[in-house]
Design a protein around this ligand. Structure first.
Ligand code: ASP
Ligand code: MG
Length: 435
């Protein structure tokens, strides 16, 4: 059994869905193909703006109406182009949009409920895309079973970052799988990436929708593959495979053909955007290979992440994180930075959910490089400022180079100012000014 994952860009138009269906068609086997799909195009970004109780920059009512209209036109447009004059599909999409309206109307619009609200609203992107695609595949002669991931991927109620309950998910999938083999076995089992659900408990009898974090559909594919003991996972992307740098920054990128699991985990951790950071570990635990292939050139090989020993070809790998801020924290009484101070600082970071991208300690100060998420960073600076002396530089870039050489480092830095540098045997990290 194989798992395929298609992201938003691979299903962002009727033509894209046709292309995706062709790829699926070319890979049908005796066992059902498990297909995980994201929301179409940039739908998740649009839905985020409709969440009641948005933390900042809440859209005005007429702006929300416009966005809601846009959402409807986009999905109905694709549905009608894929299967002209199919009233059944149009009805399904409309009824799903009404469910969305009802969900929005029933939510309490305050910031306290924001994360819960977010999941109830934003999950409609995947529900809409998979409804349309399942219908199209069936229409196209590929027998497809639509499965609601909220019933399968069990998580806790940590909204926007649901933590998977592996035992419950495994049980759900075992029961679900049995159904596939009773009667007409579908050729494709199609489900949503990114979303899951809380189980119903005596205290909370109504299950609620959760999400796994932005770009979480890769992770969904890995969860399903793990629990089904799948043969492989393939992520279909708009790039030829795992590249040594983001093509946005580099003209001459090199495709890495083979990557060991641990290397892929390191790279995702440093911010390589090609795979979601949580995706690789479950696959590694079961030795399931992960392929990254292009939906634009589906006959090409792509990259394989698996049990190999080294990356091949061996070449420096670059990861850039923009809009970074470097905070320098020092005790007000000129004492040393000690464990007790660090405990306080990490407590604040943890409370605010801020991830440290790089840190460095000296006798008199402690520096951290973090994403410049204005709201949370503002709060952090305020809280730290009450106890410590805080200085910061913003508008910085964090560059990570695996398999560096001095020549490579010099060419990346150019004439820029280096504010912090950290080097280990394989990895060089630099915080540099943007100009
Ligand atoms: N649709 C979600 C997002 O855009 C999940 C995903 O694409 O992986 O973040
Ligand atoms: Mg996406």
């Amino acid at each position: 059994m194989k798992v395929f994952k298609f992201g938003g860009a691979s299903v962002n138009s009727a033509d894209a869905v046709r292309n995706m269906a062709q790829i699926v068609q070319n890979h049908l086997e005796a066992e059902p193909l498990i297909v995980v799909v994201s929301a179409m195009g940039k739908t998740t970004n649009l839905l985020e703006k409709l969440v009641p109780g948005r933390v900042r920059g809440g859209e005005r009512r007429d702006e929300c109406c416009k966005l809601r209209q846009q959402l409807e036109e986009y999905h109905l447009g694709i549905a009608k182009e894929l299967i002209p004059s199919d009233v059944d599909l149009v009805g399904k999409v409309q009824s799903m949009l009404h469910q969305l309206d009802a969900a929005v109307a029933g939510l309490t619009p305050d910031t306290e409920h924001y994360n819960y609200n977010y999941d109830q609203v934003v999950s409609f992107g995947e529900l809409l895309s998979t409804t349309i695609i399942a219908h199209y595949l069936n229409h196209h002669g590929i027998s497809t079973l639509w499965v609601d991931a909220r019933r399968i991927v069990a998580t806790d109620s940590h909204h926007r970052e649901g933590r998977v309950d592996w035992t419950a998910t495994q049980e759900n999938l075992t029961a679900e799988r049995e159904k596939w083999y009773n009667g007409n076995t579908p050729q494709v089992v199609l489900t949503q990436g990114f979303i899951g659900g809380t189980p119903s408990t005596p205290q909370h009898p109504t299950p609620s929708t959760t999400t796994l974090g932005r770009e979480g559909s890769d992770y969904s594919a890995a969860i399903l593959a793990y629990c089904l003991g799948a043969e492989s996972v393939t992520i279909w992307k708009d790039v030829p495979g795992f590249l040594n740098a983001d093509p946005k920054y580099f003209k001459d990128t090199v495709k890495i053909n083979q990557i060991p699991y641990n290397e892929a985990i390191e790279l995702a951790y440093y911010g390589a955007s090609v795979i979601h950071p949580k995706t690789v570990k479950p696959l590694q635990n079961k030795g399931i290979p992960l392929y990254i292939r292009s939906f634009i050139t589906p006959a090409a090989d792509g990259s394989a992440i698996g049990n190999c020993r080294t990356i091949s070809p061996e070449t420096p790998l670059y990861i850039f994180k923009n809009d970074q801020i470097l905070l320098s924290i020092a005790p007000r009484d000129y004492s040393f930075i000690a464990e007790d101070n660090l405990q306080v600082i990490f407590g604040m970071l943890n409370d605010l959910g801020i991830r440290v991208n790089l840190m460095q300690n000296s006798a008199l100060s402690f520096s951290i490089c973090i994403d410049n998420n204005e709201q949370r960073v503002g709060l952090l600076v305020e809280r730290l400022g009450a106890l410590f002396q805080v200085r910061y530089n913003d508008n910085l870039q964090l560059v990570t180079i695996r398999y560096y050489t001095q020549e490579v480092i010099d060419s990346i830095v150019g004439g820029r100012k280096v504010l912090l540098e950290q080097r280990s045997r394989l990895t060089e990290q630099l915080v540099v000014s943007c100009v």
